[in-house]
Ligand binder design. Structure first.
Ligand code: HEC
Length: 239
């Protein structure tokens, strides 16, 4: 069952879409623009002022109005048009026809995704995400480029190294993958899942550290053959 614990961004630090929408504006590695300055610029534009007046009945643009407008736009973005989406749409009315759309390898990949490869344990539902957070091992705890993930936001030691299960819709176009862009190809990523996920060991410095994040027991060796890995890659490529 998808959890409703939600939250947006890889670490879930925004609780709602409106909260999320303003953060990239100020983030120093994204737009790096103080919100105040963004609002000042918008409020000097007669076009924007008129458009906001029409939408919200107020000429003076506030951060809340800006966030609402951005989210209203985001809600109009449809899911990416992919072979998988067309397959799902057809599968309800004409399952046989839908099956015929996929190559043998893509179909086997979909089957493995749901069964032996256990991907659906976490990548489930319409978005292929349980909306939950898991330790999958890519935290570099105690090392350079350490990323503590969800605990940075919750300040809860149990959340150290947890990242949100991302939706897989559109991923054939969105690499490199994982929160840190670690993988540039699907095959090595699936080989990692096949080996039981990434289970880094504490080094001598943090051997006794009770907070060292343990990779989730949901990831276990899968015994996928090379052909089965190829089928999963073929399936990910239609998403
Ligand atoms: C225990 C839950 C879990 C299982 C099982 C799981 N995943 Fe994931 N998956 C995650 C999480 C969490 C991330 C993000 C990890 C990170 O960024 O550090 C992720 C990331 C990914 C990504 C990267 C997406 C992106 O946008 O960067 C892909 C692709 C992926 N998983 C595919 C799979 C496939 C294929 C399987 C089955 C072999 C699988 N996953 C099994 C939880 C899971």
């Amino acid at each position: 069952m998808a959890c409703l614990c939600g939250g947006l961004f890889w670490d879930g630090r925004a609780q709602t879409a409106t909260e999320q929408a303003l953060k990239p504006i100020e983030n120093p590695i994204e737009m790096d623009l103080p919100l105040e300055e963004a609002l000042k610029r918008l409020n000097t534009s007669t076009d924007y002022k008129a458009a906001f007046d029409e939408a919200y009945g107020k000429e003076h643009i506030t951060s809340a109005m800006l966030a609402m407008a951005l989210v209203a736009f985001e809600r109009t973005i449809p899911p990416p048009d992919s072979k998988y989406q067309r397959f799902i749409a057809l599968a309800q009315e004409a399952p046989k026809k839908a099956q015929a759309m996929l190559s043998e390898s893509e179909l086997e990949g979909l089957h493995l995704f749901r069964t032996k490869a256990k991907c659906m344990t976490c990548h489930e539902g319409a978005l292929l995400s349980d909306n939950d957070f898991h330790v999958t091992g890519f935290h570099r705890y105690g090392l350079s480029f350490e990323d503590l993930g969800r605990s940075e936001f919750t300040k809860n030691a149990q959340d150290i190294g947890k990242f949100r299960t991302p939706s897989l819709l559109g991923i054939s176009k969105t690499g490199p993958w994982m929160h840190n862009g670690l993988f540039v190809q699907f095959r090595p990523m699936i080989e990692q899942y096949n080996a039981g996920g990434f289970k880094p060991k504490p080094n001598r410095k943090n051997a006794m550290d009770p907070h060292y994040p343990k990779t989730t027991p949901l990831l276990q060796p899968l015994s996928l053959s090379d052909d089965e890995i190829s089928a999963l890659v073929a399936f990910l490529n239609i998403l």
